[in-house]
Design a protein around this ligand. Structure first.
Ligand code: HEM
Ligand code: NAG
Ligand code: NAG
Ligand code: NAG
Ligand code: NAG
Ligand code: NAG
Ligand code: NAG
Ligand code: NAG
Ligand code: NAG
Ligand code: NAG
Ligand code: NAG
Ligand code: NAG
Length: 508
């Protein structure tokens, strides 16, 4: 395991305790080492340092100390608890929110490499529409998905089977969520107790999910084994794009910033909608599927052909190397080079034998990363971008599960992705990607082909789930998925407000 962001250490030692009375005591004690709360696996694009971000944000007038810390940084937490709560006493809660909770909330400026006041445990807060209602907020944030809540019409839209939904998400009691992130579960628990103590009975727990990066060399990889968090758009005013990465206006992610076309109340500026999904991953079933449907590429043995199928379903090798650049075998050097591992757009203008509108020799049209970010397949720039900020949850696959090729039904062995995406418009971000791109088997954009669903997250609304293009030797062949590898256990839509909104609007 590597310790990321070591420059933090230098900043910590010269911090005066009295200047920051509300930080965790452990963050304030000068220490020989203060482990970062973030992972930094090779292959992830680098975060801007606090100094670089300050410079870039000044150019566009973005106030990074007003934006909660989780929104722009991506999938990098070591441990993260999602604590879903209901508000039982709005008056008491508001008062606590404005006085003792607000100082615990981590801003973007605090979480970046080289930040001056890095918290030992980061805290963010977000509210559902029901939560805003309970707080007496009458303003309309002008997002239909948010307003309706995720459960509303979810089968017709996202394709969920609500019988698999966690009852907590299907109920009507989730008013908000605390995101509590640190390098150890103990610190997460300590901060949660502190929040509960501060809130003194004004809120109650509805549900929780404890996420954690996978162990050892799997750190940064989701449960199927693929490096996850390689590609997020660069938000202008925050980060500079690595080659091949899309740059988006801040308003694609943040309300009220340039690029946000919605009409919003002033106080909503610098907030973002948080789409949360508990996505169970059936790992032994996925692995068996790859073995049973292994491709037949000459020169590759059976297990390599199984790996190849998985890589084509995702669009990247487990290492993170994109198949568009290395289609038939993994390239571990490319995988960890953030200046090359996003530098592709499916078109290959230099290859005279290749027509990117019909030929899937490099990357299938249905691959998860092509379905969810078509890059040069569609006219650029487009607005259907999200910042992904989720984390794996649940234990590693047990020997018994592996041996039986099936996920245990023991709830304590459930594993998956605590999916989080941030966007200024849910219907243009998460819900669009899931409904219009991932779940759509029909003619995809300009391709006069039925290419099937996204092999990882797509749901067949007609029951017949398949994808074509996965077999490089016979690209019209359909490969049928007789079961789902990812099962939605539900979720909710939240609004992650700015610091000033918490201070001046939500707590008064
Ligand atoms: C358990 C469920 C999921 C798994 C295992 C998964 C896995 C992955 C992996 C391995 C990558 C490639 C690495 C990277 O680019 O960071 C990726 C990329 C991505 N995924 Fe997912 N994902 C899941 C759910 C979702 C959902 C629900 C959405 C949105 C509806 C989504 C949207 C994206 C996007 C936008 C990218 C980046 C594509 C690009 O920019 O090239 N994913 N995912
Ligand atoms: C940026 O936001 C912080 C937190 O709300 C606020 O204290 C500060 O005044 C803002 N800065 C500017 C320049 O607006
Ligand atoms: C971190 O801060 C120090 C002191 O302010 C500065 O010299 C250094 O360049 C910074 N590092 C980065 C990566 O910005
Ligand atoms: C539910 O979603 C479907 C598909 O988007 C739409 O056609 C239908 O009008 C929606 N129904 C309601 C009640 O919102
Ligand atoms: C929502 O924003 C749209 C523009 O995107 C505007 O036409 C509409 O009036 C707004 N609705 C509300 C309730 O503010
Ligand atoms: C397939 O080839 C890889 C080396 O590329 C090797 O590690 C693996 O053992 C081989 N598997 C089989 C089943 O032959
Ligand atoms: C698809 O592209 C590959 C790579 O350039 C090429 O070898 C192959 O002949 C092309 N297939 C067709 C049907 O054009
Ligand atoms: C796609 O990448 C090629 C270089 O490989 C470049 O020439 C082309 O302009 C890119 N297309 C878009 C829409 O970015
Ligand atoms: C899972 O079981 C297979 C045999 O079915 C074995 O080859 C593989 O090593 C096992 N994987 C793990 C992680 O134990
Ligand atoms: C697990 O799946 C593999 C691949 O299909 C198969 O070889 C093995 O026999 C299966 N094991 C069991 C216990 O079903
Ligand atoms: C490709 O697959 C389809 C469907 O399985 C089959 O009908 C067709 O004969 C195959 N083509 C070749 C060239 O193998
Ligand atoms: C693949 O499935 C689709 C949808 O069922 C069908 O239209 C298409 O003909 C199939 N392709 C082949 C080669 O069987």
């Amino acid at each position: 395991m590597k310790l990321a962001l070591t420059p933090l250490l230098a900043a910590l030692t010269c911090q005066a305790v009295s200047a920051f009375p509300n930080l965790e005591p452990s963050a304030l004690r000068p220490r020989a080492s203060n482990p970062s709360i973030l992972i930094d696996p090779p292959g992830f694009p680098p975060l801007p340092s606090a100094q670089q971000a300050a410079f870039q944000s000044a150019v566009v007038g973005l106030n990074l100390s007003n934006i909660q810390g989780d929104i722009l940084i991506g999938m990098r937490k070591k441990k993260e608890l999602f604590f879903f709560f209901s508000i039982d006493n709005p008056t008491a809660f508001k008062s606590r929110l404005g006085s003792d909770i607000l100082p615990l909330i981590t801003r973007t400026t605090q979480i970046l490499p080289n930040a001056t006041h890095p918290p030992a445990t980061a805290v963010n807060i977000a509210f559902s529409q029901r939560g805003l209602n309970v707080l007496g907020i009458r303003d309309d944030l002008n997002d239909t998905n948010f307003k309706n809540g995720q459960m509303y019409n979810v089968t017709a839209t996202l394709g969920d089977q609500t019988s698999y939904w966690e009852p907590a998400f299907a109920g009507h009691h989730i008013h908000g969520v605390f995101l509590v992130a640190s390098d150890t579960i103990d610190k997460v628990k300590a901060t949660l107790s502190r929040i509960q103590k501060i809130s003194k009975g004004s809120i109650s727990e509805v549900y929780r999910i404890q996420g954690h990066a996978r162990p050892g060399n799997e750190q940064g990889h989701e449960h199927f084994g693929f490096l996850d968090g390689v590609s997020n758009p660069a938000v202008s005013g925050f980060a500079v794009a690595v080659p091949g990465q899309a740059t988006v206006d801040p308003g694609i992610i943040l309300l009220g910033e340039s690029g946000d076309t919605g009409t919003r109340p002033d106080w909503a500026k610098d907030g973002s909608f948080l789409a949360f999904r508990q996505l169970q991953q059936r790992v032994p079933e996925f692995n068996k599927f790859l073995v049973d449907n292994a491709l037949s590429e000459p020169g590759l043995n059976a297990s390599e052909n199984a790996e190849l199928l998985g890589a084509r379903m995702v669009g990247r090798w487990k290492s993170g190397a994109p198949i568009d650049l290395t289609p038939l075998k993994d390239d571990p050097v490319l995988a960890v080079d953030h200046n090359r591992n996003n530098d592709f757009n499916f078109t290959h203008p230099d290859d005279p034998n290749f027509d990117f509108k019909t030929n899937q020799s490099y990357c299938p049209f249905s691959a998860h990363i092509r379905k969810t970010n078509p890059r040069a397949d569609i006219a650029n720039p487009f607005n259907q971008h999200i910042i992904r900020a989720g984390i794996p949850y649940g234990p590693e696959v047990t020997d018994a599960e592996n041996a039986s090729n099936s996920s245990s039904t023991d709830p304590s062995l459930e594993r998956g992705l605590a999916f989080v995406s941030y966007q200024s418009n849910i219907g243009q971000g998460f819900a669009f990607l899931q409904q219009v791109w991932a779940n759509n088997k029909n003619e995809y954009l300009y391709f006069a082909l039925r290419i099937g669903e996204d092999p990882i997250i797509g749901v067949a609304l007609d029951g017949e789930r398949f994808a074509s293009g996965l077999d490089p030797k016979n690209q019209t062949r359909n490969i049928t998925f007789n079961e789902d590898f990812v099962v939605s256990r539900g979720g909710e839509y939240f609004f992650s407000p700015s610091i000033s909104a918490i201070q001046n609007t939500l707590s008064v």
